[in-house]
Write a protein that binds this ligand. Structure first.
Ligand code: ARG
Length: 587
């Protein structure tokens, strides 16, 4: 594995060296960016000149004289009030891409972090005995992409699926199942996710009905909660049946989402039960939490309720019961002290932001988190809206079942694939339809910044035009078809060839893959990678329109263009893989 220094980094390096030689005291950032006029523009000299009370154009001219152009820079000139326009040599572009090309196909010269940290990421956390909805989709899709991106940079990632598997609602369910012991028996050894969910749903409704109508059952159910929290073995065994049945359902949904969720990484709320007492004791000993009206609370100066009075974080209720906060605080202790995390990441709905703000602040006061080596961050996501811009509901006003949505996406995508398909069998259409449909749903989620709400619009998602995964998948498949047509002629780089504008633009963008991945990783922002890939596909389309590949003028040109095609394809493939999206070879 060989990491490749990007062209941008090399140019930056040369400019920074020249700058600090010219202005030794300056913090020499040339502020380099891609530009339309030349390959790059550097704007940093203006501000530096102002600080040094120098004439910016003169300073720029001095810097230019000091830049070592070598084989890399073809032209560097001062423009406007003191910008630098920089054009690279064609050979440098082709050679850099060739170096990426010879690295492993899935690395493309992207470096691994020298000092990776440990990130514990909390994502894909549905609730036991409940149907999954679009909010759970967002957490799973965004979390999965962030895991892949972070791991690609070399980060050590620990996944935690903090499922809702604890709490008072289980008293009712357990009591009901105890009184109707065969309700979760399975006739067949194999139970589908759908059956599992419908079993749970039936049980939930029946238990609820009894709970609401029968006072004695209610009392028995409440006693069950106490038994559960006390760890009574028989109660726990019944509770486990609900967890197991739910997992059958969860795994079926995650499989449909083409997502690997591992059982040992599922550590739900119940997993921290043994720590709750101690967590409270520590918080109280440290004076972080205080007793207030029988409850154990943490107060904050800047968090007020609607009437302006302080709203506390309740760690333990006055009846002795623990809630969501106690569990999350205990989970932080586990993640920091046992899992040795440097970063705690929570992919959770923005509507839980107040909770996390209070939990993180409490953990900071307790010394479990700090701003140096153990940080916590909520990667908060917005709401999924219907086409009408309102929170996504069925016509009857009910929450939309995630599975129904995914099935519909697959149906629509299969129709699109079928229409375009030339030589695909029925089986292939079904397989591609799934990859395109699931990809479309994921991409729609990942291509806008997480915090924004987005409209769930299947027509738009499976459209072949515009910023969709289907567009990217077709771009990839088209390249594969060209490579197949080339037959014996293999892609090969020819740095001696001059590049057309469309080739330069494509090549420079392909070279920026590593920087994009690094930025998407450090900002926890998969949408930056999605935007990059969309632009890559667009630049490829322009290149393909302007530059004949198989009919290029010389054999060398054909090989070099095939090489550009192939490196684009590899980048698309790897970039999409980091988003958790498949790129079929044929579409
Ligand atoms: N189960 C919760 C829900 O469905 C999300 C859990 C988020 N993670 C956490 N550590 N609190 O809303």
């Amino acid at each position: 594995m060989a990491s490749v220094t990007s062209l941008t980094a090399s140019v930056h390096q040369r400019l920074a060296t020249a700058l600090s030689a010219t202005l030794p005291t300056a913090d020499a950032d040339p502020l380099l960016r891609r530009s339309d006029r030349a390959d790059y523009q550097a704007n940093g000299i203006l501000a530096l000149a102002k600080k040094a009370k120098a004439n910016p154009r003169e300073l720029a001219t001095q810097v230019v004289a000091r830049v070592e152009s070598g084989e890399l820079i073809k032209e560097i000139e001062v423009s406007g009030p003191g910008f630098l326009n920089i054009t690279l040599t064609d050979a440098a572009i082709t050679e850099n891409l060739a170096a990426r090309y010879t690295d492993a196909a899935d690395r493309l010269g992207v470096p691994l972090a020298e000092h990776p940290g440990t990130t514990v990421i909390d994502y894909a956390q549905p609730n036991v005995a409940k149907e999954m909805h679009v909010g759970h989709l967002r957490s799973a899709v965004i979390g999965d992409a962030v895991v892949r991106i972070l791991e690609f940079t070399g980060e050590n990632v620990v996944r935690r699926h903090h499922i809702g598997d604890w709490g008072t609602q289980f008293g009712m369910l357990i009591q009901y199942l105890d009184e109707h012991p065969h309700e979760l028996d399975h006739k067949d050894a194999e139970v589908s996710g759908e059956e599992a969910m419908s079993n749970l749903d039936r049980l939930y409704k029946a238990a609820r009905k009894l709970f609401d109508s029968d006072e004695e059952f209610k009392t028995r159910a409440r006693r069950r909660v106490v038994d559960l929290q006390a760890g009574d073995p028989r109660t726990l065994a019944t509770w486990q049946k609900f967890v197991d049945e739910s997992k059958i359902y969860f795994f079926s949904v995650f499989e449909k989402l083409d997502m690997e969720i591992r059982d040992p990484d599922i550590v739900g709320e119940s997993g921290y039960n043994d720590m709750l007492d101690e967590t409270c004791r520590i918080l109280e000993d440290k004076g972080v939490a205080v007793r207030s009206e029988g409850a154990l609370c943490v107060f904050f100066d800047d968090i007020k309720g609607p009437e302006g009075n302080p709203v506390p974080l309740i760690v333990r209720k006055s009846d002795g019961g623990y809630g969501y906060a106690a569990t999350d605080l205990s989970a932080i202790r586990d993640r920091v002290h046992n899992l040795k995390a440097n970063s705690l990441l929570y992919v959770v709905d923005a509507r839980q932001s107040l909770h996390f703000k209070m939990v993180f602040e409490t953990a900071r006061r307790a010394g479990w988190l700090n701003d140096e080596d153990v940080k916590a961050f909520q990667l908060a996501f917005g709401t999924v809206l219907g086409k009408d811009g309102k929170p996504f509901k069925t016509r009857e006003g009910e929450t939309v079942k995630l599975v129904d949505l995914l099935d519909e996406a697959i149906d629509r995508a299969s129709a699109v694939v079928r229409e375009k398909a030339q030589d695909l069998s029925e089986e292939e259409i079904a397989e591609r339809g799934t990859q395109v449909g699931i990809g479309a749903v994921k991409y729609a989620d990942l291509s806008t910044s997480a915090i924004r709400d987005y409209k769930f619009d299947l027509d738009q998602m499976v459209s072949l035009n515009g910023d969709t995964s289907v567009y990217l998948q077709y771009a990839y498949a088209r390249i594969q078809s060209i490579l197949r047509k080339a037959g014996e002629v293999r892609p090969s780089a020819h740095p001696e060839l001059e590049l057309a504008d469309a080739e330069r633009a494509l090549g420079l963008h392909a070279d920026a893959f590593a920087e994009t991945v690094a930025e998407a990783a450090s900002d926890y922002a998969p949408h930056k990678l999605a935007a990059y890939l969309y632009q890559l596909a667009s630049l490829y389309t322009t290149f393909y329109d302007k530059c004949p590949v198989l009919k290029a003028e010389t054999p060398e040109q054909v090989e070099n263009r095939l090489f550009l095609c192939d490196i684009t394809a590899r980048t698309l493939h790897q970039g999409m893989a980091l988003l958790g999206i498949r790129t079929p070879e044929r579409l």
